[in-house]
Design a protein around this ligand. Structure first.
Ligand code: SAH
Ligand code: SF4
Length: 339
């Protein structure tokens, strides 16, 4: 058991199970996340015999950074896990703070046509501690605090539901990394039943949906998941999610030249999303060597954006980050795997 995979609640259960008071969990969280000290021998407010028992019961090791790439506003990290698999995380410096994009799986099984992560099939889910460690290691490396986390790296987070939820609970815990719940964003390709599960958790995270197409014909071509949960089922689940959580949902739309970027697509998208409490984030496609898909021209993106606005849709164009350093999801890992 790795200590960084434990929510405070689970740690309380551990202490109760060894006949100790549950507030010990709070003390442990303070050491790990406030004082950032994992040397158990320093934890002198906890009795030596409990410390010794904890040293036996837990591992305190975190995956290590093995490669870094940097650009002006972006830093990209490659991690090696204990079983020698690789994952990556990307730091972005914004005017409002520093955000971190974390991975949730080794590879991804959703197989989206445009995505580098999907080219490498899922090997396994990430454990909760492997997700928490991405933040801790990187905060240490940059010597600064991460102010928001997006679960948009390698993997489909809702395909690793329990571990991802525990991760969110730990980083949101006031005695954990104390990241505001509204500073945590989960992006999904649209696993409809899991969107309903998430809705019932009653947590106020930001939900982002990778829609990327205004109709089933186009979405089927670029996202296999659409053959399981089509657009109409997905839109219904988003509407239910909004109704129940009273949260605005982000619709991600990656702009692919000649595929989903026409004027007709914009009009169709506007009518699909009409009246919903959403905002659309248009994402300039980050081209990769292995995939024959290309980014839409700047003018096409602006025009698409203008059409949506005219139709009353809230929309922004995502700033491009780190295209020089293969910052798009999965690109650095895929280079490493090829080596
Ligand atoms: N699996 C989840 C989260 C990880 S992908 C999901 O699909 O939502 C995060 C986002 O990056 C998704 O919207 C995905 O469609 C997008 N994406 C993947 N490859 C990209 C690329 N090369 N350029 C731009 N966006 C990309
Ligand atoms: Fe997986 Fe998301 Fe990439 Fe699709 S876009 S293959 S769901 S990581």
């Amino acid at each position: 058991m790795n200590i960084y995979g434990f929510t405070r609640e689970k740690l309380e259960e551990y202490f109760l199970s060894i006949g100790e008071k549950k507030f010990k969990a709070l003390q442990v969280f303070e050491w790990l996340y406030e004082k950032k000290n994992s040397h158990v021998d320093d934890w002198t407010n906890i009795k030596k015999e409990i410390r010794d028992k904890m040293k036996q019961d837990f591992s305190f090791e975190r995956p290590k950074i093995i490669r870094r790439e940097r650009d002006t506003l972006t830093r990209k990290y490659l991690f090696e896990l204990n079983d020698h698999n690789h994952i990556e995380a990307v730091v972005m410096y914004h005017d409002y703070g520093i955000s971190l994009c974390v991975s949730s799986q080794v590879g991804c099984n959703m197989g989206c046509a445009f995505c580098e992560s999907g080219r490498l099939k899922k090997v396994r889910n990430l454990e909760t501690f492997e997700m928490v460690s991405q933040i801790l290691e990187i905060e240490e490396d940059i010597g600064d605090r991460i102010s928001s986390v997006v679960i948009m790296g390698i993997g489909e987070p809702l395909d690793n539901y329990d571990n991802v939820l525990a991760f969110i609970r730990i980083i949101n815990d006031a005695k954990g990394l104390a990241l505001g719940i509204r500073h945590i964003t989960l992006s999904t390709s649209g696993l409809v039943p899991k969107i309903y599960d998430l809705m019932k958790e009653n947590i106020q995270i930001n939900l982002a949906i990778s829609l990327h197409a205004p109709n089933d014909e186009i979405r089927n071509q670029i996202m296999k998941v659409n053959q399981v949960y089509n657009i109409s089922q997905l839109i219904t689940s988003i509407k239910d999610y909004i109704l129940n959580t009273r949260r605005r949902v982000t619709i991600e739309y990656v702009m692919l030249k000649g595929i989903n970027d026409s004027e007709t697509c914009a009009i169709e998208l506007a009518s699909l999303l009409h009246g919903m409490n959403i905002y659309v984030n248009l994402i300039p496609y980050n081209e990769t060597n292995h995939i024959n898909l290309y980014k839409s021209d700047k003018e096409t993106i602006s025009k698409f954006c203008a059409t949506l606005k005219e139709k009353g849709i809230n929309v922004t164009i995502r700033k491009e980050f780190g295209s020089k350093i293969s910052a798009a999801c999965g690109q650095l890992r895929s280079k490493e795997v090829e080596k």
